[in-house]
Design a protein around this ligand. Structure first.
Ligand code: SF4
Length: 222
């Protein structure tokens, strides 16, 4: 996706270099809901980023703490930012005809169209799951018990006063792992879908959060 550091040296047309797709997958917008409904995008292709998580802002080109959740297309694995739909041999998008809004708007030589829509109409779980459905209730329970904002606050205090929150942090990490195990045991959810329903487990967020907090000591939680 667009980053400020590669907007000036391209011709005024897409040369299909795949560079934007290697930088990060797009966040989804309400206009992309049909892509879930028509199965272009499967739940296993998606990653939920929850409120309070550090995330790369594709327009600013730097990490920010999210003030609300978003759903994005996953990277190929945790060692890369490359979008799962990029064909590594051809550098072409494998869902080009059905690509999400942000990809459709992106002109790396002309960021205006993407920037104008970037923050608005982001898709969240609320638009996908019926209120009161079993999964929606489970997501609410998880968000309350494993809040990223709360976890991040505990980590921040712990950095300032070591050992103050050790027990609380461990309890949240344990709850998170047990919760996910129970979901797999008792529901039809598949392991590959958990990142979409609940986002990354807290133990995976710990290092990115600590890094962010170290580098941005004055950044308050959203
Ligand atoms: S969906 Fe296609 S166009 Fe969009 S980032 Fe992924 S590979 Fe690139």
């Amino acid at each position: 996706m667009y980053h400020q550091d590669f907007g000036n040296n391209t011709p005024e047309a897409c040369i299909k270099c795949g560079e934007c797709c290697r930088k990060n997958g797009p966040a989804l917008h309400l206009d992309d809901l049909h892509l879930l409904r028509n199965k272009t995008l499967d739940r296993k292709d998606l990653l939920l980023l929850r409120r309070g998580e550090p995330a790369m802002d594709n327009v600013l080109g730097r990490p920010i703490l999210l003030s609300r959740e978003l759903i994005k297309i996953r990277s190929k694995n945790s060692d890369t930012t490359e979008c799962i739909f990029l064909d590594p041999d051809s550098s072409l998008c494998t869902i080009h005809q059905m690509r999400p809004l942000e990809c459709f708007l992106l002109e790396c030589w002309n960021p205006g169209p993407l920037i104008s829509k970037y923050q608005s109409g982001r898709l969240t779980r609320k638009e996908i799951f019926r209120p009161g459905s079993a999964m929606e209730e489970l997501m609410c329970v998880y968000d309350e018990k494993c809040s990223v904002v709360e976890f991040s606050g505990l980590l921040q205090e712990e950095m300032e006063s070591p050992d103050k929150n050790q027990d609380k942090i461990k309890a949240m990490l344990r709850y998170d792992l047990s919760f996910r195990e129970i979901i797999l045991e008792k529901t039809v959810a598949e392991k590959s879908e958990l990142l979409f329903y609940f986002g990354r487990p807290l133990h995976e967020l710990m290092e990115p959060l600590l890094d962010f907090l170290r580098q941005n000591p004055n950044n308050r939680h959203p």
